[in-house]
Design a protein around this ligand. Structure first.
Ligand SMILES: [Zn+2]
Length: 177
């Protein structure tokens, strides 16, 4: 299956709680499309800074070198992808604003070794945790995510399944297993 990389797509559908006036504002679940481009800016920045230092030092670890597909960073299980890069959630009619909802903590999977800070209850988290990938193939530090793999977008009260759409922008990199 085609390997996933930065700027590929995650598509799905979330339910989010909005305040609907009827006549008193009432928290109501409404469907919202989820669309994000893959990429974790903090991870990319850390690698841009850390990689030249690692390469220059003697303890360079091959497994920790960034691996690219068609020139973009390959996507490992545990990547958090934000929808602010594609289609941020906004309140949709008949809702007039977000209804605060507590968010469950993200599980630690793949390269997500420390729990990220809890998502604020005031609005949707606007992200997807890429929690599924190859069971047999690692690219660098983590299991590689592939076209058609599922991930967990920010739906409320529990995260929902979204789907990874990996599109080759050069010779396709196929992952077996
Ligand atoms: Zn969402």
């Amino acid at each position: 299956m085609i390997g996933c990389k930065d700027d590929d797509l995650v598509v799905g559908m979330c339910m989010h709680m909005e305040l609907v006036p009827m006549p008193a504002p009432t928290p109501t679940p409404l469907p919202h499309p989820f669309l994000a481009t893959v990429g974790d800016p903090s991870r990319a920045a850390a690698q841009a800074v850390g990689q030249p230092m690692k390469a220059a030092s003697s303890d360079d670890d091959l497994a920790k070198r960034p691996v690219t597909i068609n020139g973009a960073l390959a996507t490992s299980v545990g990547t958090i992808t934000k929808n602010s890069t594609a289609l941020p959630h906004v309140p949709l009619p008949p809702g007039t604003g977000w209804a605060p909802m507590p968010k469950p903590p993200k599980p630690m999977v793949g390269i997500l070794e420390t729990p990220p800070p809890p998502d604020l209850p005031v609005c949707p988290a606007g992200d997807a945790l890429m929690d599924a990938g190859s069971s047999a193939v690692n690219f660098g530090e983590g299991a590689i995510v592939r076209l058609g793999d599922t991930c967990a977008s920010c739906s409320e009260p529990a995260r929902q399944v979204s789907t990874v759409i990996a599109v080759p922008v050069g010779p396709p990199v196929l992952v077996r297993g």
